[in-house]
Design a protein around this ligand. Structure first.
Ligand code: NAD
Ligand code: 4PL
Length: 241
């Protein structure tokens, strides 16, 4: 196959940046996208990739970045829907405004990007879509009900759409990390979570973004052709689904 082209969302830091690096190491041409264009540009420079500013919650930006990618790099083979808000809010403090905001990125962003990418991938009758879920959906982690609900949406969407896009040669799967030492996780109360999660894992250390990226790269590869609509939990054995 000719060199594959990927878009990774929310790739300026954390798990998204690690995924962009892993794909680039596999020889994939990566478009590093984020609302934080400075961070995205830094990651892109490190791996010899292209950076583009993209707010996934805006359907026009989603369409434009997919169109530019196809125009500039010739095709789109891989989409990694990684961009997400990871709030930490007890249910007693959760508002409808926050609920909508979390869904606008984690839910609508997933829809906007998948919609645009499937249209582009149809042309080549080939595609790999990997959506970043979370093991909070398995564990029912407290203090982030809005977030856990969006991750349930990621799993449901992945399962439902898989059956409708197989005819185009496109697979769609979800990867559920457990708590992972990204930049973002330490900006909220989630940072405290390591103290009780690590003892439940099979391995006695904190996950880092590089622990998540190889599972994503597998599902994004030609080798994962017979895997679709699945949830792969990558959490060091914290949960067993
Ligand atoms: P992070 O906060 O470190 O990075 C998220 C990135 O997404 C940031 O660069 C941010 O600028 C970008 N972003 C936010 N809103 C955006 C938007 N509207 N459009 C485009 N980009 C946007 O987070 P992370 O921990 O690396 O999380 C990445 C993904 O992994 C998320 O989907 C998150 O839910 C998931 N996840 C994280 C953990 C964890 O413990 N870190 C565990 C399970 C799942
Ligand atoms: C177990 O996805 O999976 C905290 C914050 N704890 O975002 C997550 C666990 C967090 C998680 C997550």
């Amino acid at each position: 196959m000719t060199e594959r082209v990927a878009i990774v969302t929310g790739a300026a830091q954390g798990i998204g940046a690690a995924i962009a690096k892993e794909l680039a190491a596999d020889g994939v041409k990566v478009v590093v996208t984020d609302i934080n264009i400075d961070g995205a540009t830094k990651v892109a420079e490190e791996i010899g990739a292209v950076a583009k500013r993209l707010d996934v919650s805006d359907p026009e930006q989603a369409n434009a970045v997919v169109a530019e990618t196809v125009a500039e790099l010739g095709r789109l083979d891989i989409l990694v829907n990684n961009a997400g808000l990871v709030p930490y809010t007890p249910f007693d403090d959760l508002t409808i405004e926050q609920w909508r905001r979390t869904f606008s990125v984690n839910g609508e962003g997933l829809f906007n990007m998948t919609k645009a990418a499937v249209e582009a991938m149809k042309a080549n009758e080939y595609g790999r879509i990997v959506n970043i879920a979370s093991n909070t959906f398995v564990a029912g982690t407290p203090n982030c009900a809005d977030y856990v609900a969006t991750k349930g949406a990621v799993v449901g969407f992945t399962r439902a759409v898989a059956g409708e896009i197989g005819k185009y040669g496109i697979t769609i799967n979800a990867v559920a990390p457990g708590i992972t030492a990204s930049e973002g996780v330490f900006t909220t109360g989630h940072g405290e979570g390591f103290d009780y999660v690590v003892p439940m894992q099979a391995f006695n250390r904190r996950a880092v973004p590089a622990d998540i990226a190889p599972a994503v790269a597998f599902l994004a590869s030609e080798k994962a052709e017979w895997v679709t609509g699945q949830l792969l939990v990558v959490d060091g054995g914290h949960t067993r689904n």
